[in-house]
Structure formats: C-alpha cells, structure tokens
Design a protein around this ligand. Structure first.
Ligand SMILES: C[S@@+](CC[C@H](N)C(=O)[O-])C[C@H]1O[C@@H](n2cnc3c(N)ncnc32)[C@H](O)[C@@H]1O
Length: 221
C-alpha cells in the first residue's frame, strides 16, 4: 500500500487559483516549449513555468526527506526529471553529495547551479536503465504525467527494483479529477501525456507493488 507523505507540502508553489489567474488559454505552444527548451522554463508569465530561477524554495525539503527516508550524508539519491536541479542543489548544500539527476531537457541541465551540474545527466526516462538495489532514495516531482503509459509501465518496476528500501520512493504526480481539469492542464501545458485521477494513479502504481509515497497534486480545481 502506498502513502501520501509530501516533503514538498510547504515549498512555494502556485495555487490552482493563481495558475488559473495567470494562464493564457489562447497560447499556442512552440516546438521549443514542447521539447522542454527555454520557452518551457523561462518563457513569458502564464505559459508553463513562466520563468524558473533559484529562490531556495526547497531548502526545508531536505530536512524532511532525511527524516522521512532515514537519509545520511553518504546516501545515494536519485531524482528523475530534475529540471534545473534545484532540489538536488539543496541536498548538495547540506553536504549530501551522492546525488544524481536525470532530465531530458538540455536547456534545464545547462541552466542548473554549476556546483551540481556534473551530477545531472541529459537523458530520457523512456529508455532508462537503472542498477538493482542501489539507491537510498528515488524521487520524481511532477514528471510522470509527462510520460506515456508504456514508458510508465516499464519505469515504475524499474524504480522499485533500484531502491534499497522499498518505501524510500516519492512520486509527486499532477492529477485531474474531471474532464474540465484535464482540459485545463493540457491547455496550460500540452507536454502532459498521462493526465489521470488520483484513484487511477494509486491503482496504477499499486499494481506494481509500489509501497512508497505517492502525492497527487491537482493543478486546477
Ligand atoms: C513539470 S516539469 C517538473 C520539473 C521538476 N521536477 C520540478 O518539479 O520543478 C517536468 C520535467 O520533466 C522533464 N521530462 C519530461 N519528459 C521527460 C522524459 N521523457 N525524460 C526525462 N525527463 C523528462 C522535463 O524536462 C521537465 O524538467
């Protein structure tokens, strides 16, 4: 059975109302946006991130993660879909240096803080290979809904196999509880491929024997 503990719960994040307020429904996504280039992260406000720079918003996340997942400075930590690596940077600043991040976006990785850039790899999760029972903590925040179902069917068991303690996984996923919410998400960010309800996600990961933390986040409601 999976749990819902969320180390990100107090980290600065847009509320559904704020997202609704700034979103630009008539916007047509460029190729650069759709391939997670500069337009995706640092385009004009109201479109995707609308600018994403380091502001320390994840500084409290590390403390919570260490407590929840019993991490020590030498723990091996992997983030799937790390973008600019700002969460891993917080681990690094607290002397957790056994870190790895993977993201498909070359732009995001090239925009990451220099001290951690060598720990980040530009790679797609769709053909990822991970070693067995290697990581002390694997997390992925708001990334899995950007993958198609067949990739997810391959990836979830891979993650479970690759972590040493099976409950030391945190997946944060964007969910839609109605077709209205799903349309809103897709017009806000058409790079989403698997927009489903929280019940769907819970059943999906459970079908692979997932016992980590699954946090379902509604972007619009
Ligand atoms: C909504 S962003 C979340 C980024 C970061 N985890 C955060 O919470 O700020 C989605 C991320 O997934 C990455 N991504 C999308 N498809 C991917 C794939 N097939 N392989 C690896 N990363 C992917 C994007 O480049 C982007 O950084």
């Amino acid at each position: 059975m999976c749990c819902e503990y969320n180390i990100f719960d107090k980290a600065l994040s847009r509320s559904p109302a704020e997202r609704e307020r700034v979103s630009q429904p008539s916007y047509e996504a460029s190729t650069d946006f759709l391939s997670f280039g500069e337009a995706y992260f640092d385009g004009p406000p109201g479109i995707g991130y609308g600018g994403y720079s380091y502001d320390g918003r994840y500084s409290t996340v590390v403390r919570k993660a260490c407590k929840r997942y019993s991490l020590v400075k030498s723990s091996k930590i992997l983030e799937l879909g790390c973008a600019k690596g700002y969460v891993l940077f917080e681990f690094f600043k607290k002397k957790y240096c056994n870190i790895e991040g993977i993201d498909v976006s070359e732009y995001a990785i090239n925009s990451s803080p220099k001290p951690i850039r060598k720990y980040l790899k530009q790679k797609s999760l769709s053909d990822l290979i991970l070693p067995e029972e290697t990581y002390d903590f694997i997390f992925s925040k708001e990334v899995l809904p950007h993958l198609d179902i067949s990739t997810l069917e391959r990836l979830i068991p891979l993650i479970i196999r690759s972590v040493k303690v099976k409950r030391n996984i945190l997946l944060v996923v964007q969910v839609a509880e109605s077709s209205f919410e799903k349309e809103k998400i897709l017009s806000w960010d058409p790079t989403h491929k698997t927009v489903r309800s929280s019940i769907w996600w819970r059943d999906f990961v459970s079908s692979f024997g997932f016992t980590g933390d699954l946090v379902c986040k509604r972007l619009f409601n």
